[in-house]
Ligand binder design. Structure first.
Ligand SMILES: Nc1ncnc2c1ncn2[C@@H]1O[C@H](COP(=O)(O)OP(=O)(O)OP(=O)(O)O)[C@@H](O)[C@H]1O
Length: 599
């Protein structure tokens, strides 16, 4: 309940008085509906059924004048009033329904924006610990369930107010009857608490199933090539079969729960009406009109209790989603990067690296509970406007060092300095803005080539776009594409080869004219000719840009000003290509000879 209240308070802050006006509108609508029903009393009276008078305990002096009118005029008046009240009630209902959607959609927009903003502000290590599919699940399914829950909560509040109005009317018609109905309702609600507890349990199961489904299906569709080439279709289908069976069971359980609780309310209402009529008739000897009143009070009141119960069950079933969303927001807040973009989304101006980067006695491990460190006592200086290459065996710690140098993660101990100052706090984002990065697995958005490039520099001119493409040796193939810069990439557009993707990502990294360019295996998928052209371009660039490359193909780093050799998280050799190659028995010369043997 605490989690629900957290989001309701947010909604209240966002919608302010509008929310209360809407609730008031709902109450007025309820009042009008009840008074329309109340008009049945004189109408029935005119039709010869005497509900008024002492027998039924109803006194409507304000309607006495009707009986003094000629019968036709009286009937026309009553019917006209009835139509007018129903019209007003419906107009208010319509207005309230539209306002409700307005309030809920504004809040939905705000909540999505807030949660996504919190996610984007979280540091990189937060994402390393999370499954992407779990985050997608929270951003889609769980968030939608929370919004549906808020809608149920507002409906619950409205129904509650409406029920109070109905109780007021019923009390006026017959206090004893109303009290009796209320006592029965309270007894039943105590008994129905187990339905609510069960709905909550089913809600948790439903959330867990949703999470599992998204994780499974994302994993399998990402690995579809592996599935097809290894002929795993059958086993994947049986996974789907088992999973859908679980979903079916869960849905059936929830439907059973809902229908059981509805059955209980319906049967109890029928039984109670029968009992009241029997007792009134047999022992209290009351008249027919009073019996009609019993039915009227029950018929108006009992469905509102029943709908309150349904709404409570709905609310209980989405309660776990409120907790999941709140937990994610709290985790994001704890993992927020210092100086991360504020609400306005304003971006920091990039810094220019003048002297260089330094890792000072850096130790790092991904999991503080584990003994193994990915980096140990790393002490290196990376001079500005030079090319530094990082080499080593697979799993040596190259990408980890680069991630720390980019300020994506913070060392467990030691410091990363840019021009002698730690890259923490307010300096982090301006520093990160000064970096152009090309990852091992180049990522392009499902958008046009132009959009992919201008995403990094929105004000880039066409000439600048082509300059970056020339640099990355991709201008020729982009020119040949049917729509050139406006060619759509990705699932719905052109599929590029691994090498073409790498070159486009390199063009994107360079377009901002970064002060630091980080290439993590960025030319691994290129043919020799394109790789050579990029090497030459990098050679020209390094006078003005600090270039850091991770390379497996050692032939590509001959021109590097400095090579760092890493093994088991330590920097074990440092120097220029020729010097390291001549250190016999060293790791670098061993890597070199194993590559020469492989050629
Ligand atoms: N997200 C992670 N969580 C836990 N351990 C990790 C994670 N990423 C890397 N490691 C571990 O840290 C060590 C260094 O990994 P890193 O990716 O830096 O190596 P690398 O030299 O870049 O390897 P490769 O050349 O294969 O990319 C490895 O032992 C690896 O298992």
């Amino acid at each position: 309940m605490q989690a629900i209240m957290y989001y309701i308070r947010q909604l209240q802050r966002l919608s302010g008085v509008k929310l209360y006006l809407n609730l008031l509108g709902m109450v007025i609508s309820g009042l009008l509906e009840s008074s329309a029903v109340l008009l049945l009393v004189p109408m029935l009276g005119m039709a010869g059924i005497q509900l008024g008078g002492n027998a039924a305990g109803i006194d409507l002096p304000m309607l006495d004048f009707i009986s003094e009118l000629p019968q036709t005029s009286a009937l026309a008046l009553v019917l006209g009033a009835y139509v007018f009240i129903v019209l007003c009630q419906n107009l208010i209902s319509r207005f309230v329904a539209i306002r409700n959607v307005d309030i809920q959609q504004s809040y939905s927009r705000q909540l999505r924006y807030e949660v996504y903003g919190a996610l984007l502000r979280a540091e990189w290590s937060f994402f390393l610990k999370k499954r992407t599919s779990d985050l997608i699940n929270v951003m889609t399914t769980e968030l939608a369930r929370v919004l549906a829950g808020i809608s149920s909560f507002l409906q619950f509040l409205t129904s509650l107010l409406f029920t109070l109005v109905q109780i007021g009317f019923a009390f006026w018609l017959s206090p004893q009857m109303t009290l009796a109905v209320l006592v029965c309702a309270v007894l039943l609600s105590v008994f129905s608490r187990r339905f609510i507890r069960k709905a909550k349990r089913l809600g948790s199961r439903s959330s867990e199933l949703g999470k599992q489904y998204l994780a499974g299906i994302t994993d399998q569709l990402n690995g579809i090539k592996d599935i097809k080439s290894n002929n795993l279709e059958g086993s994947r289908l049986s996974w789907m079969h088992e999973f859908t069976d679980e979903v079916k069971k869960e849905q059936l359980d929830y439907t059973r729960l809902r229908t059981n609780s509805q059955l209980l309310y319906k049967m109890s209402s029928t039984l109670l009406i029968a009992m009241f009529i029997f007792v009134s008739f047999r022992f209290l000897h009351v008249e027919g009109p009073y019996l009609l009143l019993v039915i009227l009070v029950f018929a108006r009141l009992w469905p509102t209790f029943s709908s309150l119960q349904t709404l409570l069950e709905q609310l209980a079933s989405v309660l776990p989603s409120f907790k999941i969303l709140q937990q994610l927001q709290e985790e994001c807040l704890q993992a927020a990067e210092h100086g991360a973009h504020g609400e306005s989304g304003a971006v920091a101006a990039p810094m220019t690296l003048k002297h260089g980067l330094e890792a000072r006695d850096v130790n790092f491990r991904y999991n503080p509970q584990e003994e193994n460190y990915s980096l140990r006592g790393v002490d290196v200086v990376i001079p500005a406007n030079r090319m530094t290459a990082i080499v080593g065996r697979s799993g040596a710690g190259k990408s980890t060092l680069v991630d720390l140098l980019m300020g994506l993660m913070q060392p467990e101990s030691g410091e990363i300095l840019a021009d002698g100052e730690p890259i923490t706090g307010e300096r982090l984002l301006p520093y990160r803005r000064s970096i152009g990065y090309v990852a091992q697995d180049p990522f392009l958005y499902n958008a046009t080539i132009r959009d992919n490039l201008t995403m990094i520099k929105p004000d880039a001119s066409v000439a600048e776009l082509w300059e970056a493409l020339e640099f990355a040796s991709s201008a020729d193939f982009v020119r040949k594409l049917p729509q050139g810069l406006d060619t759509l990439l990705g699932d719905r557009g052109v599929r590029l080869s691994g090498g073409e993707r790498q070159r486009l990502v390199l063009a994107r990294a360079i377009i901002r004219k970064p002060s630091i360019l980080v290439l993590d295996e960025a030319t691994s998928a290129l043919d020799t000719e394109n790789e050579k052209r990029i090497q030459e371009a990098l050679e020209r660039l390094k006078a003005t840009v600090t270039v850091i490359v991770i390379a497996h193909r050692l032939s590509t780093i001959r021109g590097a000003d400095q090579i760092l050799v890493i093994d088991q998280g330590r920097v074990i050799q440092q120097g220029v290509y020729s010097g390291l190659a001549s250190e016999k028995g060293g790791m670098f010369s061993r890597l070199l000879s194993s590559q020469e043997e492989a050629m």
